[in-house]
Design a protein around this ligand. Structure first.
Ligand code: B12
Length: 221
């Protein structure tokens, strides 16, 4: 086997191993294998991509009743262990602050893995990020935005049942007469560009990499 093919296959092997670790909820194994993959030259972002696909697969299995809630919990915990290693490894841009963004997961929703990836990508790209956590009511988004003089508010919803809370957030900011002060971007699994437009958000992004680009453009406007 020539050297190039060998490297490629060992990279594929380690990614396969990492997928297996996540599917087996093997937190110790994933720690070791993620470190190994980074040492082999794989980028944090490509590993995060693979893990994110696995999480979606796990969610689909849960929807088909092939997995239980405890599986989601263990998968989430294993993913978080991997992200603890990976998120600080996202290459950082040396830039003066590109802008301030307040981000959180919307009220009623405790899914925060995707939102945390978006936060980390924005931070690495030179934004000042104020993460208000999960299950955050509209008042918390606005209070933080007013406090830090934010440019952008970002809200995440992972369930069809919590998507309407994104509209509640926009309605709340509107009702306070402060809508024109902030650009609002929404995202998360079930959210679409069309839904974002329908509820009066300024922008939508499908993933963390896209979120950085979209927010950069949003701030320039
Ligand atoms: C892990 C998980 C959990 C974990 C969450 C752990 C945690 N700390 O986050 C736990 C076990 C707690 C959990 C609980 C529940 N879950 Co759950 N969960 C998942 C699962 C499998 C993975 C989510 C995830 O981490 N994905 C990986 C990340 C990387 O992807 P992401 O979140 O989509 O984020 C990316 C983009 O969406 C985007 N993005 C995300 N946020 C934002 C924000 C902005 C501003 C922007 C621009 C972009 C952006 O960028 C991110 C990075 O690229 C999903 C399956 C799925 N398809 O999403 C189900 C899923 C979301 N859960 C579901 C359900 C039903 C539940 C429960 C109700 C189960 C129950 N019976 O109790 C509870 C809800 C609790 C609550 N009130 O919130 C359903 C929701 C169905 C629906 N109605 O829409 C799903 C879709 C599973 C399914 N197919 O049935 N869950």
């Amino acid at each position: 086997m020539n050297e190039g093919v060998k490297i490629l296959s060992s990279k594929e092997e380690i990614l396969t191993k990492i997928r297996e670790d996540l599917f087996n909820y093997d937190a110790e194994g994933i720690k070791v294998d993620v470190e190994k993959a980074l040492n082999m030259g794989l980028s944090a972002l490509e590993i995060i991509d693979v893990l994110s696909d696995c999480m979606r697969e796990i969610g689909d299995k849960f929807a088909r009743l092939e997995l239980f809630l405890t599986d989601l919990m263990m998968a989430g915990d294993t993913m978080k262990v991997a992200l603890e290693i990976l998120l600080p490894k996202i290459p950082k841009e040396k830039a003066v602050s590109k802008g301030k963004i307040v981000i959180g997961t919307i009220k009623g929703d405790i899914h925060d893995i995707g939102k945390n990836i978006v936060s980390a990508m924005l931070t690495a790209s030179g934004f000042e990020v104020y993460d208000i956590g999960k299950d955050a009511p509209p008042s918390k988004f606005l209070e933080e935005a007013e406090k830090v003089k934010a440019d952008v508010i970002g809200a995440s919803a992972l369930m069809t049942t919590t998507m309407p809370a994104l509209k509640d957030l926009i309605d709340y900011i509107n009702a306070k007469g402060l809508r024109s002060k902030y650009k609002i971007i929404v995202g998360g699994g079930p959210v679409t560009k069309e839904y974002a437009e329908e509820i009066g958000a300024d922008a939508y992004a499908e993933n963390a990499v896209e979120a950085v680009k979209v927010i950069e453009n949003l701030i320039k406007k």
